[in-house]
Design a protein around this ligand. Sequence first.
Ligand code: C2O
Ligand code: CU
Length: 489
Amino acid sequence: AAALAAVAASAVLLTACDSFSTTAVAEHDFVNELAIPPLADSTVEDGVRTFQLTAGQGTTSFLGIGDAETWGFNGAFLGPTLRAERGERVAFEIDNQLPEATSVHWHGMHLPAAMDGGPHQMIEQGETWRSTWTIDQPASTLWYHPHPHGETEKHVYLGLAGMFILDDDASLAADLPSEYGVDDLPLIVQDKEFDNSGRLALNDDGSEPGTLGDTVMVNGTVGAYQEVTTEQVRLRLLNGSTARTYTFEMPDRPMTLISTDGGFLDAPVEMDQVRLAPGERAEVVVSFDAGETVRLHSSKTDLGGIVVPATSGGNDEFDVLEFRAAATLTPSSEPSWPQAKDAVADELHEDEASVTRDFVLNTREINGEQMDMNRIDEVVHVGATEVWEVRSTQPIPHSFHIHDVQFRVLSIDGREPPPELAGPKDTIYLNPNLTYRLLVRFEDYADPTMPYMYHCHMLLHEDEGMMGQFVVIESGDEDRVGVPEHSGH
Ligand code: C2O
Ligand code: CU
């Protein structure tokens, strides 16, 4: 009840209230224009598109009552939107101007493990790390964020995150809203907790599934509104929160889900609600009427019938973002959907699966072990298609993510996945005690001494050990399997 009392009228009122340990989300006036992360500059030389990113400290006034110390890429909070096309060779030069070491991971990207930006690719303070690979996967909405072992929650929470949009022939040919920042909106949704001076707070009270803020922001804007000028708008939703799960809905209309984590669905699906656990993305197309004002809402979340503790995410209802439609709207053509045969990477076939592995998540462990930087947990053969059977045996939320791949959900406790989970995925919410059978192919990039990660994307869980490491190897390299030298961070 105290938590609900914190649903105050405005940000300013909220600061007058002292119940900051509550996790109900405060309501705000939607009076701040939505910030749109700039598209990152790049230069092309010798066929390589190179981006410069600097991770650094800054200050941000979220509530208008004082500066919060924040971290960002090329700015004080969050980072620019990266954009590249399938087939391009990209390079990133990342300069670490933070007061401590970090790393930058390309979430959802298929790339060599040494370029992945996981906890074995730390960037020391003052150093620059170069990551380069060729984009070889379908159009999708991916993202990037740090991955220092034990510190990921803090680094992401302070602001180190950004969107990474991939285009391909099918997405460029499709008639979809695609004017960035106008009718194609990047929406990084995060919740934060503040102290009385407007500084970011991370509550370390051990509550599950981690810090749940009482203030929701989109692209760093609290109480954001966006002017709408077209009949249809595409929303690229990214749950960039450290622990909170959202169930998005729009009043009086469906959201047409066109894409999940790793790319387009075989066919669009009309959804009343789109649930995203930390790390998940969805692209939806929404229709507007001229002159209306409506809000993207986050509804009560069904977390698999579990009783969500009062301090846990998902049971709150709150508005996220206001849309103000102009008096006349530019007509949008009937969206044309990318052809599934072009849009879907390579079809995965269960009958090609040669190995089945089990992963049980419980109490900061996977299969009874906490993350150990010096232990390789799984050895996968390059080119193999495998079934990963994942199960949480704990009545708290978990969100399972695998690096390097996009998987297909074969079944959830023996049943077909719902359409919104039938597309390419790299992260998935685990309802407790259900077995998720995931079909995964490990296409290429064998390297016996550089692991990829799999973990819970609720970042406190990840930091506290709910993570494991796999290597992809050529046959015959079994004896060479190990962790890289100098990875003692
Ligand atoms: Cu988005 Cu291993 O992370
Ligand atoms: Cu978890």
